[in-house]
Ligand binder design. Sequence first.
Ligand code: NAD
Length: 762
Amino acid sequence: MIKKVGVVGAGTMGSGIAALVASAGIPVVLLDIPGKEDRNEHAKRGLERALKARPAAFMDPERARYVEIGNTEDDLEKLKDCDWVVEAIIEKPEPKQALYARLEGLLKPTAIVSSNTSGIPMRILLEGRSEGFRRRFLGTHFFNPPRYLHLLELIPTPETDPKVLEEIRRFGERILGKGTVLAKDSPGFIANRLGVYGMVQAMRLMEKHGLTIDEVDALTGSLLGRPNSATFRTADLTGLDVLKMVAEELSEATGEDFRLPEWFYKMVEQGRLGDKTGGGFYKKENGERFTLDYTTFEYRPQRKLELPELAALKDRPLEERLKGALNLPGKYGAFLKELFARTVHYTVTKAPEIAYDLLAVDQALEWGFGWEEGPFKNMDALGLDYVRQAFKEFGLEEPAWTRGKARFYQDGQYLGFDGAYHPVPKRPDVIQLKSLKREGKVLYSAKEASILDLGDGVLLLEFHSKMNAIGEGVLRTLEKALRMVEEGEYLGLVIGNEDPRAFSAGANLALILSLAQEGEWDELRRATYFFQQATKAIRYSPFPVVVAPFGLTLGGGAEFTLHADHVQAHAELYIGLVEAGVGLLPAGGGTKEMLLRFTQELSGYAQADLFEGVRRAFELIATAKVATSALEAKKFGFLRDRDDITMNRDFLIADAKRKVLELAVDYRPPLPPRITVLGDEALGNLKYAVWQFREAGEITDHEVRIGQEIAWVLSGGGGPRREVSEDFLLELEREAFLRLLGTRKTQERIAHTLKTGKPLRN
Ligand code: NAD
């Protein structure tokens, strides 16, 4: 069991790894070389850098308490009780070897040591080490930034004890939440080797086919199922100096040609390194983006490539996009076809050298570079006949292991490098909705949501509307799912989905706005009531309902989460009741729920100031506060202490299912609570606070109005201090919601947000 981790080297990677380990709730010792005046200055600076990093390196800055800093001269002893020591120091063999020599005599005999090197062969790092040390050593290659990049490449040597590898894999996957992939000890491992090759080809072929940087980025991003940062935005983010260095190292280590075009080196010489120097392939001035013309070295206003063919492909499934991309007219299609042929040829040829199986190659590119599907899946989508044809066209020879084969994946098997098919290993902790659908486990499907059978008596409600917005279709499917569980004698329900970004962006605002503009107030009142009944049903159904939120979980999505019997949240959770941003308040039980949570929490203490709880709920809702991790969501009160966090998104649905089974054993639904409201006393105080903000010029008149409506609900509509029912507060929510929706300014806010995705402060 790994209970304490050491990280040596507090630079970019070491400090990021330490922040991730601490975020996971594991104590970590972070060491760097001694400083001149302050002996710990380097480690201290690393920790500070992690605390300042944006996006944040820590999931909760308070977790920095888990990090103990020191220097490698005075404090090496602090590593004595660490179960795993990660080395992330300067990329040179000698200092790394010297460090291991010192660690060898010091660490406990069971401690594991790993290197974060991105390219030095393990056998060189291990020179001079004992057999015992070698058994407990491997490469652990994190990507920058460690919190956000899902991939962790593990590089065992022939001497690594399989138990050591298994322990690091388990810890990496479950505790740190990474997608682990086994790589061979070859230069650049898997992701960088293939990724950098693709980047070099894209730059060379851009020149050859006479394309611009804007054009290449339009063609190599989401069209191919890759991030929007495509080729050149990615390079700007990585840094051109880093790319240059990695490409040079790869050339040297492999003897292959990773040379970038001449103008690339000129850019590096001129210090145009990307975002860190304020400009690279792109630069921003006064909010406008400019693109480099690599033939003249001048920046020109960005010119996005507009082709009717691209627009038509935009929202199509990946397979269609890929086929469409390679058939684009003229130089665009020609560029993509050659890029595709050369990069997949390289992949197919090198895969046996760099990986143990093709699964790892697909995963490395999906997890490391955010590809929707890895290269072997891409090739299957296009058909291997097409791929062979493309090889032929560019004079590329097909490697032996794929010859005569029709697919890389078929019937739950994959093609091994030995030319035979092998079963894709089952991962018992992972439930993939995609596979369940293939296996016919969909019990009901509507346009916006479906009901799936997760097995063992557990059903799942999946949203699949745009941004997983919650509208009537989702609510009706929820109703149906709850009925199915009850009537079909299932044990419980999970609410979750597999969208890459959003659990749910909230209620369907477009619909709400159009009903308001048409004056359909009865319909709106009915819809709001229906939403509230849905969140109530989540809580009071006679079986457990576990909600599994991740990513964007806003407004109505947050209200679903708040009403779960149990929340199984992904660590990367961006949850908030953001209704005030569009001039509304949470009316799916969210306002009621925060009041209940914060006052109930306090009512256990004699003499507690209940207004403190009311104020806390008010602040959260009126400022539309969003937590930026599940840990922060606990702090803000969106998650309760008893709710659980899953670090690795791949395990989320299976964890939620397990929780349903656990709760189902002796489940009894809660009793509807009585809630103490403070009436006029709270209303007066909150209104006064709102007024002060207005006086200070911090909020607009309409925001005063929004604040007052929130205050009205949270104080139980004024009057004396008393106990009220949940339904009473829900009615106040509905009334206040409809009043705000009736105002011109709220409608303007909604329209603006729908159009731009941004809030309007009117
Ligand atoms: P960095 O230069 O940001 O940090 C290295 C740190 O190590 C510095 O704080 C330095 O003071 C310290 N250091 C140097 N020699 C030391 C020694 N003998 N003992 C203790 N501390 C020492 O480098 P980085 O980018 O964090 O890279 C660290 C390692 O991770 C390298 O092996 C690198 O190849 C690898 N890596 C880097 C990235 C990346 O994107 N930066 C990604 C994956 C892997």
